[in-house]
Design a protein around this ligand. Structure first.
Ligand SMILES: [Zn+2]
Ligand SMILES: [Zn+2]
Length: 348
């Protein structure tokens, strides 16, 4: 099969002919229909040591964890009622399926979890991918393959917004209009926030934010963010989301928050960061870090996509086949108006 293979840190991925994955008896073999490029993969492909908390990839690794596809083989002991031809997406890991974390839908905390696209378990920048029967979720008829590839990033946003305990009419500020920020904007609007304001240094991202549900955008390269926010909402935001995840972004979010405000840290910063805790202390901020999602986040996302209550496709800025994939991946390393690029192996 074809796959975009990792060679060495910082080097472009190489599309090569490799062996298809061998599913275990509890697995499904899935023909990949669509797979999004994630910022985590961009970061992972540059990791050279463990200092940032992530292990470097080994040569030959295949990334890609935001995918959906069609079942082509069902393991003889695969849990669930799966059949060839079923359309699915999946939690991007294979876990034991029996421990308390697995049963609670938090298989990423399982002692025996293997993350797809991070190490030995290959990801979906490939024609075929291995999926655990317990980790697969059916794509309802109303969810096409493009939206199916958005379930994972939308679930990241849902999990972050769930942690914010939004109340109807709340004012939210989302710092960073990349894929996570846009997914957070979508769910803030869905759950009844009145002001859903996205700030970004790249003004080109603000239009997409509006299409995802943001009520306003702030061009942080030109405008004073909190000054403009107060003009829009008449007050500081009740909830601030850090969806940037670079050194300094948490401090900014603390500065923007009001007394007793809520701060959700959803951007994944993998470098040391300096913050001035007294800012958060004197405001008595509630700071909450969030990571990944739970199975229920996938389930609600799928149901809301199926019924048309959310869409999310505004975050897709390009769709490529294998031929253009490596260049598209490299291009995302420079911040631009590109947001979510999907790999579709059957793309002409
Ligand atoms: Zn992702
Ligand atoms: Zn487990």
């Amino acid at each position: 099969m074809r796959a975009a293979v990792f060679e060495a840190p910082g080097r472009p991925l190489v599309v090569a002919d490799v062996d298809a994955p061998q599913p275990e008896p509890t697995d499904l073999l899935v023909k990949v229909k669509s797979c999004g490029i994630c910022g985590t993969d961009l970061h992972l492909s540059a990791v050279t040591d463990r200092s940032g908390g992530m292990a470097p990839l080994s040569r030959g690794a295949i990334m890609g964890h935001e995918f959906c596809g069609e079942v082509v083989e069902v393991g003889c002991h695969a849990p669930g009622d799966w059949h060839e031809g079923d359309r699915i997406c999946a939690l991007p890991y294979i876990a034991c399926g029996r421990c308390l974390d697995c049963l609670a839908g938090r298989g990423h905390r399982c002692q025996s979890v293997q993350f797809g696209g991070m190490g030995k378990l290959g990801g979906a920048y490939a024609d075929y991918v291995r999926v655990g029967g317990a980790e697969a979720l059916a794509l309802p008829n109303g969810v096409d393959y493009r939206r199916g590839a958005l379930v994972e990033p939308l679930a990241v946003g849902l999990h972050a917004v769930r942690a914010a305990n939004l109340r109807p009419g709340d004012a939210a500020l989302i710092v960073g209009g990349g894929p996570i920020g846009l997914a957070v904007a979508l769910w803030c609007r869905f759950f009844g926030a009145r002001h859903v304001v996205v700030s970004d240094l790249l003004s080109g991202r603000l239009g997409k934010a509006a299409a995802m549900g943001a009520t306003n955008g702030i061009d942080a390269s030109k405008e004073n963010v909190i000054g403009r926010y107060k003009q829009i909402a008449g007050r500081r935001p009740d909830v601030v989301f850090d969806c940037v995840g670079v050194p300094g972004s948490q401090q900014l979010a603390m500065d923007y928050a009001p007394l007793n405000g809520r701060l959700i840290v959803a951007g994944v910063c993998m470098r040391p960061d300096n913050v001035m805790p007294v800012k958060a202390i004197t405001k008595e901020l509630s700071v909450r870090y969030v990571y990944m999602y739970e199975r229920r986040d996938f389930e609600l996302t799928l149901e809301m996509l199926d019924t048309g209550r959310i869409d999310g496709s505004a975050m897709i800025t390009d769709v490529v086949g294998f031929e253009a994939f490596s260049a598209a991946f490299e291009g995302l390393k420079t911040p631009s108006d590109q947001c979510k690029i999907l790999l579709e192996p059957e793309h002409p």
